[in-house]
Design a protein around this ligand. Structure first.
Ligand code: AMP
Length: 401
């Protein structure tokens, strides 16, 4: 069975077709600038054809899905002969609130619940639902499945997920830590245990998902006990353009100093901060930051130092929370491809008996153990694959139904 994986944003729609049993990727692509002008990028991986980008008017998400389905079944570039070969559609849904701790088949009740939780993810959940509706309209009868970014973190205990605010804010408004990147944290922790030949049920793992968005999580025996993102994906690590942890009083302070609204201040925290902000606007891309730093740019250097230091602090906190750590896994764009950042982070971990192997750490973009043989903690690089994880979860749900 093939699964169509959809990750729908307000003006974009990313897709992949995956066979979850063989783990083969058949095709992938992206519709962009939906409702503005429009373009579709498509790659028929199964046919070995190169990536093609076409500018085409895309007035709404339904049109985007119809273009995707046309490309997938096209006699020349298609990878399936009819839509019947798609057994289900797996939708990435950002916020499942406290209601969903696992993947579910989408029915009217689930759709309504996702809509209700839009309050917690106003930019994401409504866009995710538009994708669900567009697929339902064009593929009636095909099961739609919701895979939530927050679900894996629902095992956190109250001491980890509560903020120290008047408790009624949690009870009345559900203000609490939810955490994100859950599909990645689940996939990477499971894959790391398999790769190392360890029993997931008997292992303490810290996953460092370091990409443009970045988060850490503490996983005991396969269950998440803490994670760095909070009510929204703004908390925790320093990210590409997001500030991560901050004294909450700073928001009002900036707003007063700059004469801007709280909403505009929040935009700065989300889009102009992180390593981008620290590097004085040089870049949010670590390749540019290293180039700058190597050429003597002091802002780029401090951005890299602050980023690594923050990750190391979270690793320390989570090692304490779990009373030890067996495995630290690095993943996502930076975690998989940037040996120098991994080395900087691990330079803080001697007290844990965690030692990085300089040669093994040269590895980029592939699964590797990067700790020395005498290291007490296994350090690993595990490429994340959120789409494959979504396809597998979706398949598990429809196979059960
Ligand atoms: P992601 O959000 O997981 O797609 O990660 C994207 C980020 O990964 C980019 O913004 C870069 O900062 C980083 N990245 C990708 N490739 C490399 C590389 N070869 N070296 C360092 N950083 C990289």
């Amino acid at each position: 069975m093939n699964i169509l994986v959809i990750n729908c944003g307000s003006s974009s729609l990313k897709f992949q077709v995956i066979n979850p049993e063989t783990e083969d990727l058949l095709a992938k692509g992206l519709c962009e600038r939906i409702g503005i002008d429009g373009s579709i990028t498509y790659e028929a991986v199964a046919k070995g054809l190169p990536k093609v980008k076409k500018d085409v008017p895309i007035e709404d998400h339904k049109k985007a899905v119809s273009l995707v389905l046309e490309a997938l079944t096209d006699p020349e570039t298609g990878v399936i002969s009819s839509l019947d070969e798609i057994g289900a559609v797996g939708h990435r849904i950002v916020h499942g609130g406290e209601r969903y701790n696992s993947t579910v088949l989408i029915d009217d009740e689930v759709e309504n619940a996702i809509r209700e939780m839009s309050e917690l993810a106003p930019l994401h959940n409504p866009a995710n639902l538009i994708g669900v509706d567009a697929c339902k309209a064009l593929m009636p009868g095909t099961p739609m499945v919701a895979v939530f970014d927050t679900a894996f973190h629902q095992t956190m205990p109250p001491k980890a997920f509560l903020y120290a605010l008047p408790i009624r804010f949690y009870e009345d408004y559900k203000i609490r830590r939810y955490g994100f990147h859950g599909t990645s944290h689940a996939f990477v922790s499971k894959t790391a245990a398999e790769f190392l030949g360890r029993d997931l049920e008997n292992t303490k793992i810290i996953v460092c998902h370091l990409g443009n968005g970045a988060s850490c999580s503490a996983i005991v025996n396969g269950k998440c006990v803490d994670t760095s993102m909070g009510l929204t994906p703004l908390e925790g690590l320093i990210m590409g353009t997001r500030c991560g942890d901050l004294d909450p009083a700073i928001v009002e302070f900036i707003s007063a100093k700059e004469g801007i609204s709280i909403a505009d201040t929040e935009k700065i925290l989300n889009k102009e901060s992180g390593v981008y902000g620290l590097s004085n606007g040089l870049s949010s891309d670590f390749r540019d930051l290293w180039k700058g730093s190597d050429e003597g740019d002091k802002y780029a250097k401090i951005a890299l130092e602050a980023f690594s230091y923050r990750v190391a602090k979270y690793i320390g906190a989570y090692a304490a929370a779990m009373n030890g750590v067996d495995v630290i896994a690095f993943t996502a764009g930076v975690g998989e491809n940037d040996p120098r950042i991994r080395e900087m982070i691990c330079s803080y971990l001697g007290y844990l008996g965690a030692y990085i192997d300089a040669d093994a750490n040269k590895s980029r973009g592939e699964m590797a153990k990067i700790s020395t043989p005498d290291s007490k903690v296994d350090l690993v690089v595990i490429p994340t694959n959120e789409e494959l994880a979504i396809a597998k979860e979706t398949y598990a749900i429809v196979a059960k139904a």
